[in-house]
Design a binder for this molecule. Structure first.
Ligand SMILES: [Ca+2]
Ligand SMILES: [Ca+2]
Ligand SMILES: [Ca+2]
Length: 414
């Protein structure tokens, strides 16, 4: 019994030591809890500050909010745990009071307490790690906060730059509006100009069409002219050929003319010779009472005689009464008679009014005195033609009775 009491005292002493240790531990945990509470409050303040500063940062705020919620949950769990520990401590105190009553219960309780202590140790370590993690996260948050602060400063700078840019843009906008007004005026002027240019273009189009028509007409005229030119060219070629032929002909003619000239010269010489000879002949003929004129010989009688006797007179010389064959012969014969009248070889005795030459030919060209022939005379039988010397050669004929006497002119061909 004494030994059991000693043992029990020893156990009690140990338990008392354990209780004191647990109380110390509990007291430390309470301090830790207070420190954690202070730390938690500090963190909450930091979070609140962060929330206040970075409300705009919704995602990060939500993260912090979640983190805060977690921390609050953890805090609540720790508070519950703490409450449990307090209750357990109370229970342990109550049990320690009753330790003497039930050693097994105390041992069991001790064992449970040891387990609880281990668990609490683990929890404590976990809390320490979480606190460290919280500090790490806090530092990371601080870094992020600084980054956000920098970002905010950059944003503020950019905002200021954007405001400057905006005011520049407003100035540029005013300038652009002024330029737009000027450009609108220019546009109206250009539209007017364009409208004038369109009119000019239409006028030019009309002019162009007219020119095209004129060009076509010119082409048509040109083609016609080309045809005419070809014709003229052909004509010119023909003319050239003709000219060449004419030149040849001309040369021939020149040659012929030269020959003819030579011939003419010869003939002139011959004619002159003949004239000389004729002069001699005329002289000789005159000596026999004959005159030569154009291939005929003429002779005027020296006495007057009736027409029939005159004809016989001529026949004796191989001639006949003169037959006037031309105006020249008439003038020549008239020149022969001087101031004498002379019978012509002309009569209408056979058929009154129908005059015939002695060579049997009809009278075609006559040189009657005006009013003749009148078939006058006492018996109205003017049937023989006579030249009246006192009348002009070409109006010198009369009809007289054939038994009247007159000189006669004989003619014979050479
Ligand atoms: Ca004659
Ligand atoms: Ca008559
Ligand atoms: Ca008469």
């Amino acid at each position: 019994m004494v030994e059991e009491n000693d043992l029990f005292r020893s156990i009690t002493a140990n338990l008392t030591k354990d209780k004191i240790q647990l109380q110390t531990l509990n007291s430390n945990l309470v301090k830790e809890k207070d420190r954690f509470r202070i730390l938690s409050n500090k963190l909450v303040r930091e979070i609140n500050q962060s929330e206040t500063r970075y409300k705009a940062m919704a995602v990060q705020r939500d993260k912090i909010q979640n983190w805060y919620n977690n921390m609050t949950d953890q805090k609540n769990q720790l508070q519950i745990l703490n409450s449990n520990l307090v209750e357990q401590s109370d229970l342990l105190q109550a049990r320690t009071v009753n330790l003497t009553k039930d050693k097994i219960q105390l041992q069991t309780l001790n064992s449970n307490l040891v387990k609880e202590k281990d668990r609490f140790q683990i929890l404590s370590n976990k809390l320490v790690r979480e606190i460290n993690q919280s500090e790490t996260r806090y530092k990371a948050m601080a870094v992020q906060r600084d980054k956000i602060q920098n970002w905010y400063n950059n944003m503020t700078d950019q905002k200021n730059q954007l405001q400057i840019l905006n005011s520049n843009l407003v100035e540029q906008s005013d300038l652009l509006q002024a330029r737009t007004v000027n450009l609108t005026k220019d546009k109206i002027q250009l539209q007017t100009l364009n409208s004038n240019l369109v009119k000019e273009k239409d006028r030019f189009q009309i002019l162009s069409n007219k020119l095209v028509r004129e060009i076509n007409q010119s082409e048509t005229r040109y083609k016609a002219m080309a045809v005419q030119r070809d014709k003229i060219q052909n004509w010119y070629n023909n003319m050239t050929d003709e000219k060449n032929q004419l030149q040849i002909l001309n040369s021939n003619l020149v040659e012929e003319r030269r020959k003819l000239q030579s011939q003419n010269d010869n003939l002139t010489k011959e004619r002159n010779q003949i004239h000389l000879e004729m002069g001699g002949l005329q002289k000789a003929l005159s000596n026999f009472g004959w005159k030569y004129f154009k291939s005929s010989l003429y002779s005027i009688s020296t006495v007057k005689m009736k027409w029939t006797a005159g004809r016989l007179h001529c026949n004796k010389s191989g001639a006949d009464l003169v037959v006037i064959n031309s105006k020249e012969e008439m003038i020549f014969v008239h020149s022969l008679i001087g101031d004498l009248g002379a019978w012509l070889g002309l009569t209408d005795a056979e058929n009154e009014g129908v005059w015939k030459w002695v060579d049997g030919k009809d009278l075609t060209t006559s040189y009657w005195i005006r009013g003749q022939p009148n078939n006058g005379g006492i018996h109205g039988n003017d049937d023989c033609g006579v030249i009246v010397f006192k009348e002009p050669a070409l109006q010198s004929w009369n009809d007289m009775p054939c038994h009247y006497i007159s000189f006669v002119i004989c003619e014979k061909s050479v």
